[in-house]
Design a protein around this ligand. Sequence first.
Ligand code: SF4
Length: 120
Amino acid sequence: MSLALVPLDLSVELEANLPCRKFDPDLWFSDSPPELEVAKSLCGDCPLRVECLAGAVERAEPWGVWGGEIFERGAVVPRKRPRGRPRKEDVARDATLRVEAEARLEASGLARRDAVRLAA
Ligand code: SF4
């Protein structure tokens, strides 16, 4: 049988079109907070976002962007902090971002008490 007649495996096609496959995958595991924000926004267009996020929460991913959220040491963090001591206004902003991250998880049916924490 010619390869041209083999039916398309849609799961392979879907996988190839996932944002984390189309763009540089290192973006999803970058050390740079701005690059992680880009990865988070690219996940927003992914048809597997909710499933990806659920899997990452279940596995308590140690790091990287999964399902549009940043994971550190097994939990979602609202943002990756740059190196150095956080400023007072950053601490207040982190609290707001944490509430927003918890709301996103809850909207995805993934509310879990320990799933979101502030970045260390
Ligand atoms: S949601 Fe998951 S599968 Fe989709 S682009 Fe983001 S990391 Fe990749």
